[in-house]
Ligand binder design. Structure first.
Ligand code: FES
Length: 618
């Protein structure tokens, strides 16, 4: 088969590539890292490359739309939209140097939840009677089980291998750790006080691991990082598409998350002085796709109607089966409700106690997927809508994650004022900044309720704002940061296409909530409380979210942030088997509303993409 050589800089790797193959695929196959946030659909800029030698192909529509005239003229192209045709050398554009991501941790712990601690892990010192008489038909394992008060416990092979030595070195004086009828470890001497666990929230964008002491519930450390799988797709559907019917790519995704978890485990252990062998219980939550991928289960059918998961029930298995470096731990996966309503949503429902409330409450977890849970102690409904990564800055011309240099707050009156994370020169705009900008543009009359940038009507605007609204070629745009003020030397703008991306994302989330209200027959006036959960949900301005119609028009005092509720729910299940059983009950009780299958959804979604014609009453 004829091939052409594609050289990737930095590094100079020469990749023999069949003509017609996208340069992104060629790089990924060769193990060269190119971020593909939109999963290679030409809807972002993360895979951009710069041609260094060889002829530069003409720009595709996607190149022009996403990169803009300047970068196209400079020889940049989207590697997912560019195919190999002749020998070329390309420079992989360094990912935007995003430092100090804003990741919502979970270090606040469970104290506020007032739960009874019963982690289910028991550790105690015992004396194992060593077999003495030849006629005494017994074994080390039987004597151990007797001493531990267990009946024929499942003894891991690793433990059996070390058992004879441990028992004789200690003359049978050992500490055993058990979880139910599982014997997790046998340690020399008295180590009964050293008993720890981990609560892990595997999000599509960020992963948070929290180390806790299992008798007191004290949080000893918590680390958060970006999910390294994101280079293969910034949102769920792109991630599923990457692994769909492709075992090698599934293994790549699984390896990425396992490696990260082992790094996080090492970090929390080092900072807290806890040894990995003293960790006995791990609780993992995440959406259904993250759940399946971590288990190495093919997620392909999660991405195809009827979006059925391979399993929904809770799962417990030894950590070593997941290649986690925790020799004695078991890992508990919370149950799933449906294809896109995963264990993270169950954990949110648990942490917010939404199923115990006499009044109607709503919890909305806003990420690349918007999950909504609504109800009371009488009934609970849940829906999930693919919001996409726009609210995380992807697919937005000057979008970026919430990191140093991101415009995260915007106010628009006579002119535009921006706050930048890290108090540094602005490099781009992140989700919370986007919402503020859109809300401010609506109030100032720069945007109408359909989302159209009012170039023709700019005459009515104050001078400073008027100068920021203009056409560039066919493109309507609003300049948020002038060239001279930005850290990239480029203007930071909001284009008409950016506004549409935000409308798609907010329309998806808003329509998910509206559909639940319709099906349950609950008018907004009867909603006692709306809780904002998740990374993005806790950094957005409630006033801006109301102004753009992302959430129902409730009085602000009935809306509150609930932090990383999914991680909190995982902590509750780590510290309490009663809570873990409650989570299993909730998962079986929550009714999943499949939005796509509902006849009204399309109309509700289209309507929800529009903005409210006026600001909500205060
Ligand atoms: S545009 Fe290529 S991955 Fe998004």
């Amino acid at each position: 088969m004829p091939v052409v050589s594609v050289t990737f800089e930095p590094g100079g790797a020469v990749v023999p590539t069949p003509p017609g193959t996208s340069l992104l695929k060629a790089a990924q196959t060769a193990g060269i890292e190119i971020t593909s946030t939109c999963g290679g659909r030409g809807r972002c800029t993360s895979c951009r490359i710069k041609f260094v030698s060889g002829s530069i192909p003409p720009p595709t529509i996607m190149d022009e739309l996403q990169l803009g005239d300047d970068l196209v003229r400079e020889g940049f192209r989207l590697s997912c939209q560019t195919v190999a045709a002749e020998p070329v050398t390309v420079q992989v554009a360094p990912p935007l140097t995003e430092e100090a991501f804003q990741i919502l941790g979970a270090e606040q712990g469970i104290a506020a939840q007032r739960i009874v601690i019963d982690a289910g892990v028991t550790k105690r010192s015992v004396t194992v009677a060593l077999p003495r008489e030849e006629h005494h038909q017994t074994s080390d394992a039987e004597e151990l089980a007797k001493a531990a008060g267990l009946h024929a416990p499942a003894l891991p092979l690793e433990l059996l291998r070390n058992l004879p030595a441990i028992l004789r070195e200690t003359k049978g004086e050992v500490t055993v750790a058990t979880f139910g009828d599982r014997l997790l470890s046998v340690e020399a001497g008295d180590a009964a006080a050293l008993v720890y666990g981990l609560a892990i929230d595997v999000g599509t964008t960020s992963v948070v691991t929290t180390l806790m002491e299992l008798t007191s519930g004290e949080v000893l450390g918590s680390v958060g990082s970006l999910n390294p799988q994101a280079v293969f797709g910034g949102d769920l559907m792109s991630r599923i598409a990457f692994a769909q019917f492709n075992p090698a790519n599934l293994r790549k995704l699984q390896a990425r998350i396992t490696t990260l978890l082992n790094e996080q485990i090492e970090e929390v252990c080092q900072t807290s002085g806890v040894l990995p062998q003293w960790i006995y219980k791990v609780v993992v939550v995440g959406n259904s796709c993250m759940h399946h991928v971590l288990l190495g289960i093919d997620p392909s059918y999660l991405g195809l109607a009827p979006y059925a998961p391979v399993l929904r029930h809770p799962l417990i298995l030894p950590a070593r089966e997941l290649r986690l470096r925790l020799p004695h731990a078991i890992v508990c996966f919370l149950p799933i409700v449906a294809g896109f309503v995963g264990a993270d949503a169950v954990a949110v429902a648990l942490a917010t106690r939404i199923g115990d409330s006499p009044e109607i409450r709503i919890a909305v977890d806003i990420g690349t997927n918007g999950e909504a849970i609504m109800g009371s102690r009488d009934r609970l409904l849940a829906s999930s809508a693919p919001a996409g990564p726009a609210l995380e800055g992807a697919q937005i011309r000057n979008g970026m994650r919430a990191a140093h240099g991101a415009v995260d707050k915007v106010s628009i009156e006579e002119d535009v004022r921006c706050h930048v994370l890290g108090e540094t020169a602005p490099l781009g705009i992140c989700g919370s900044g986007l919402l503020d900008a859109i809300a401010g543009m609506l109030d100032a009359g720069i945007l109408d309720w359909t989302g159209l940038i009012q170039v023709e009507g700019r005459g009515r605007l104050p001078q400073k704002l008027r100068e920021r609204v203009h056409m560039l070629g066919e493109e309507r745009r609003f300049v948020l940061v002038e060239k001279g003020e930005s850290g990239s030397g480029q203007e930071i703008v909001l284009t008409q296409d950016d506004v549409r991306q935000v409308q798609l994302a907010k329309g998806a989330i808003a329509s998910g909530v509206i559909m639940l209200q319709r099906i349950m027959g609950v008018p907004t006036s009867e909603i006692a409380e709306l809780m904002l959960a998740g990374g993005f949900g806790n950094y957005l301005s409630i006033r801006s979210a109301l102004r753009i119609g992302l959430i129902p028009p409730l009085p602000e005092d009935r809306i509150r942030y609930v932090g990383n509720a999914a991680a909190l729910g995982a902590q509750m299940c780590l510290m309490s088997e009663t809570e873990r059983a409650r989570a299993t009950h909730l998962a079986g009780w929550i009714e999943h509303i499949s939005l796509a299958a509902h006849p009204d959804f399309q109309n509700v979604f289209v309507e929800a993409m529009n903005f409210p014609r006026s600001a909500p009453e205060a």
